[in-house]
Design a protein around this ligand. Structure first.
Ligand code: ZN
Length: 469
């Protein structure tokens, strides 16, 4: 076919010169069904996506793509759905090592008696390397291609992201209290500032960000310092905001306002802010969030598990807020499975509004893709299969018997599909998983490192529980 085309180009002479290079691609990925999440061209039956230099250069029906393009390699699409990779807008990657450590406790007991002491004792650069790699392995297997992280030792996380091939916003935490590696605000903020400066614009898949933890752990004065530096460095900011009633009570008592008004008043709403949770906010604050372009990340499982409340997601979406989805850390979820979050979100808001038409499947899928990309300030870069976008995509196996019958694809993806159906993962044109085999992480080595780390945590947990009983 290519020979024939070259011959044709020869006959056409200079008029076809621009077409001569356009038909050379790196890889063509096929799908029986292509869900582009592009509002102009949402779905294709029997389609293909063409990738060159890590970027999508064509999307269309298989027949046309085959006629116009030749690629060094192809990925077959029989029995597969091809769609953009999912975006996890809020997590704490290395907390995978605390997965299921303690459950069914209230937020403050969970944090103060278990999470914070265990972090103080165990979180080291090595712990973060192992935990982040476990998180990346799980996310690749589950179809996530981009995540927004907030955890200690962000250089270690960035190194893991670089190696495993995912795309990430790596946010460096800074907090008024002692934290792993730091005595308090001054040194943690200086390190975050240094991290952002070193990584800003340096890596095609890694975006650094500031992460002032939350309004109840970072003072107003210190939040203003973050705003000043993020503005100077043109950097993203990721933080927990308006998560739970305890936070609202704290902010009301200390600053006589609500968390969102507090954050906006300090200048955070003038930045590209990624606000995780956004549960406790009123209509005026929703309108302000929409007009400011602040991204809100909904974490339904974490909010339910910690009893934080129900985020007004349908009202935020109606007001035009860019709402993405997140898993939060594995200690409060207890996995990093965005298919589960999609389903939880679609169901929870039907319960919350007593309206079975609330948050339909297509809207939930948008939150994990196109809208999620906007929420993390990467609109136009990821979240859609569209020419010019990064080649971040996944193939889903819908050929198994449990997928029969299949009438409505978007509803099927939200209410039936789970992470085990993800077959292929590609980020920036590089294949990270094929046939459910993660190609960029040594699973055997990872398993033994996780076993070592978790056996030390288990022993400490047993000692603590013995003391308590
Ligand atoms: Zn969180």
């Amino acid at each position: 076919m290519h020979f024939r085309r070259m011959l044709l180009l020869g006959l056409l002479g200079p008029f076809a010169a621009c077409g001569a290079s356009a038909d050379q691609a790196d890889v063509i990925v096929y799908g029986d069904y292509v869900l582009t999440m592009d509002e102009a061209q949402p779905e294709l039956r029997g389609g293909a996506v063409v990738v060159r230099d890590g970027v999508i250069v064509d999307v269309g029906p298989r027949d046309r793509i085959d006629a116009e393009w030749q690629a060094k390699s192809t990925i077959a699409g029989a029995g597969r759905v091809l769609m953009p990779g999912l975006i996890n807008g809020h997590t704490h990657s290395a907390m995978t090592l605390f997965r299921g450590m303690v459950d069914d406790l209230d937020l403050m007991t969970w944090l103060n008696q278990y999470v914070f002491p265990m972090e103080a004792r165990f979180v080291t650069p090595e712990f973060v390397r192992v935990g982040a790699e476990l998180a990346c392995w799980e996310m690749i297997r589950g179809g996530t291609t981009t995540f927004v992280d907030m955890y200690f030792y962000p250089d270690e996380i960035a190194a893991v992201v670089d190696r495993c091939g995912l795309r990430a916003v790596v946010a460096a935490p800074h907090i008024d209290y002692p934290s792993p590696g730091f005595s308090g605000w001054d040194d943690s903020f200086a390190a975050a500032d240094d991290f952002v400066q070193r990584w800003q614009g340096k890596h095609p898949r890694i975006t650094p960000a500031f992460a002032p933890h939350a309004p109840y752990t970072v003072s107003a004065e210190h939040l203003q310092a973050t705003v000043a530096r993020a503005t100077e460095l043109n950097a993203l900011v990721s933080m927990h905001l308006a998560e739970a009633p305890a936070e609202s009570d704290y902010v009301q008592e200390k600053y006589a306002t609500s968390p969102v008004r507090h954050a906006a008043g300090l200048g955070l709403y003038g930045l590209p802010l990624i606000a995780a949770h956004m549960v406790q906010l009123d209509d005026e604050e929703i309108a302000l969030t929409a007009s400011s372009g602040v991204g809100a990340i909904h974490n339904p499982t974490s909010n339910m598990k910690l009893g934080a409340g129900i985020s007004p997601v349908t009202a935020m979406l109606a007001a035009g807020v860019n709402v993405g989805l997140g898993t939060d850390g594995a200690a409060s979820n207890n996995d990093l499975d965005l298919w589960e979050e999609l389903r939880m979100a679609a169901l929870l808001h039907k319960v919350a509004t007593s309206d079975p038409t609330a948050l339909p499947a297509g809207q939930a899928l948008a939150m994990a893709t196109r809208l999620g990309a906007a929420a993390i300030h990467k609109e136009g870069e990821i979240g859609q299969l569209k020419v010019g976008m990064q080649a971040d995509m996944i193939q889903l196996d819908i050929g198994q018997t449990h997928h029969m019958p299949l009438y409505d694809m978007q509803s099927h993806l939200v209410y039936v599909l789970d992470s085990h159906d993800v077959q292929t993962s590609m980020v920036a044109g590089k294949v990270l998983m094929q046939g459910r085999q993660v190609l960029t992480i040594d699973e055997g080595a990872l398993r033994s490192k996780v076993t070592d780390a978790s056996s030390r945590i288990r022993a400490a947990l047993l000692t603590q529980q013995e003391k308590e009983s």
